[in-house]
Design a protein around this ligand. Structure first.
Ligand SMILES: [Fe+2]
Ligand SMILES: [Fe+2]
Length: 311
């Protein structure tokens, strides 16, 4: 064979040896729950009824709902390339099978969330396969920076991701409460049920692995968390606060409209308060492990947010 052809061969990670002995029973329990609580986005939700409801809404509201749920769909889908990279790492590092199983479940579940979200968008006014504004097209690919992941050990990186799951879980809970239609409520509820498992995985990782991190790794972890939050998630997905002027106004107005009509959205002001609260909770959760999370000025101002709501 020609040597140059060999050079072009893609190097797949060597999957062997495969560790088949169960090492982390708590992670395996999550895998079993994932099987029991699996749901089908086509059959679990009454889409025809939502479509009928969508048809009764003013055009501007339909557009706002479709934009909002398309944005949610992109965000859910954005978790899948991240998951694929983690699966690859798990294979390279010969991690126990239950860790690989959880990552595969995670990918499948995020795809399921993507599907449920684009079906809501479709029923309301039409899923937008690509973001309508140039700005979103620019910012969405930046949601995940693989270089940041590679700067942390596998379990630390995954724990950072689950801190975001916790944050988006708090936002989705508020959006569930906002939802006036049963189909949107069901979509939020079923997604939240999966997210609870993703958050639980993060708690297991914290408990099992955070004590093994060096001070430098903990500082990196906190810094990466704040960077991702400020650099991408506040730019439209979690909140509109970091969007550039005109787009911020337009997006906030659409979000406001979707919330006003109970389409499973949140008012822009409300989002900031929820994120501040969740941030305070996350800081408290990682405090026992001495993981410093820098202040996120856009959300907290000059001093760290303090938890206000009862747990
Ligand atoms: Fe999700
Ligand atoms: Fe998730």
């Amino acid at each position: 064979m020609d040597a140059s052809m060999l050079e072009e061969t893609i190097q797949n990670p060597n999957p062997y040896p495969v560790i088949a002995a169960l090492e982390y029973d708590d992670i395996w329990q999550l895998c079993l729950q994932a099987r029991d609580l699996a749901w089908d986005p086509v059959r679990a939700i009454d889409w025809a009824e939502l479509k009928r409801f969508g048809d009764t809404l003013p055009q501007e509201v339909r557009d706002a709902g479709a934009e909002w749920w398309s944005l949610r769909a992109w965000m859910e889908h954005g978790a899948t390339p991240y998951g694929a990279e983690r699966y690859r790492d798990a294979v390279f590092e010969h991690l126990p099978f239950e860790v690989k199983q959880h990552v595969v479940n995670f990918i499948a579940e995020e795809l399921r969330h993507h599907e449920a979200s684009f079906r809501v968008a479709d029923a309301l006014g039409g899923y937008q396969p690509i973001p309508r504004s140039d700005y979103f097209q620019m910012v969405i690919p930046k949601f995940h920076d693989e270089r940041d992941e590679k700067a942390m050990p596998f379990y630390a990186g995954m724990a950072v991701n689950t801190l975001f799951e916790q944050l988006s879980g708090e936002l989705l809970t508020a959006r569930y409460k906002n939802a006036q239609h049963i189909a949107i409520k069901d979509a939020c509820r079923l997604i939240l049920r999966d997210e609870a498992r993703h958050i639980q995985f993060g708690r297991i990782l914290m408990r099992r692995f955070f004590a093994t991190l060096t001070l430098e790794q903990k500082t990196t972890l906190g810094a990466k968390f704040a960077k991702k939050l400020r650099g991408s998630l506040l730019n439209g997905v979690y909140s509109v606060v970091n969007l550039p002027g005109e787009e911020r106004k337009r997006a906030a107005r659409a979000r406001h409209l979707a919330a006003e009509y109970g389409l499973g959205a949140t008012y822009p002001d409300e989002e900031v308060a929820i994120i501040a609260d969740a941030l305070a909770q996350i800081r408290a959760d990682v405090a026992p492990y001495d993981v410093p999370i820098p202040i996120v000025v856009e959300i907290e101002g000059s001093s760290p947010a303090i938890k206000t709501a009862a747990e």
